[in-house]
Design a protein around this ligand. Structure first.
Ligand code: DC
Length: 226
């Protein structure tokens, strides 16, 4: 146990509900919740705004070094993130920013800079951190680690439903192909490839509801603490 409680890592592929599960679990425990992808998105946002070429290794590294993060815990457990004093909100979730995030996150040195900043946030515990490499690289010593997965077909189905609910058109086969390509890129990249930590609890969420996943995670934490 750290000063403020456990450090709980939730990693896994995109579209498995890591954020919703992590946030609900953190709220239940009275912990903070941080989605580490937001920090990669913040770097991408700055790179995009400053018109830096995402493949320009040194310029991206310098942009990473210059980022100043501050966080404020919200009533729903989320750590609201300010970048150089500014709350960027939905701007971080623009398609263009997501695409740049995926490119800058292959910069190994910029990853190290962001990883150090993540350690500053989480080292005292009392936090659920969600991402791709929290349990393997950022906090290999996290007390409890989860790895959420689901079949590409199930994730494509969920994404199609999400888009339809938002009144947008969605092509299942196209989305499935994009998910499969992203999985391949994430798990084959040279730095911090996506894989479960050896000591992670792996949960296949394909046939589980969100509540069932939350209950499973809370049960494992209770078991660990007892
Ligand atoms: O989870 P997300 O889509 O918000 O993540 C944005 C990008 O950052 C995505 O391309 C994966 C990358 N990422 C990463 O490489 N390592 C993390 N710990 C979190 C996110």
């Amino acid at each position: 146990m750290r000063t403020n409680g456990y450090l709980i890592a939730i990693d896994g592929t995109a579209g498995t509900g890591k954020s919703s599960v992590g946030c609900a679990v953190a709220a239940h425990l009275g912990y903070g919740f941080l989605s580490t992808g937001e920090m990669y998105r913040a770097l991408a946002y700055k790179v995009f705004a400053k018109k830096i070429n995402p493949e320009d290794h040194d310029a991206v590294l310098e942009a990473a070094r210059q980022l100043r993060f501050t966080f404020m815990r919200q009533p729903d457990a989320k750590l609201k993130m300010f970048v150089d004093g500014e709350y960027l909100g939905d701007k971080l979730h623009l398609e263009e920013v997501g695409a740049v995030a995926s490119r800058v996150s292959t910069n190994g040195e910029a990853r190290r800079v962001l990883t150090d900043k993540m350690r500053d946030v989480g080292e005292d515990g009392g936090i659920v951190m969600e991402g791709r490499d929290v349990g393997t690289v950022v906090f290999p010593d996290a007390e409890i680690k989860f790895y959420l997965d689901a079949s590409a077909e199930e994730r494509a189905k969920r994404r199609v439903n999400q888009l339809k609910d938002a009144g947008q058109k969605a092509d299942y086969n196209q989305i499935l192909k994009m998910i499969q390509e992203r999985d391949y890129r994430d798990s084959h990249r040279a730095v911090s490839p996506l894989k479960p930590a050896e000591d992670a609890v792996v949960i296949d969420t394909s046939s589980l509801t969100m509540q069932q996943v939350i209950d499973t995670v809370l049960e494992k934490i209770k078991h660990y603490a007892s």
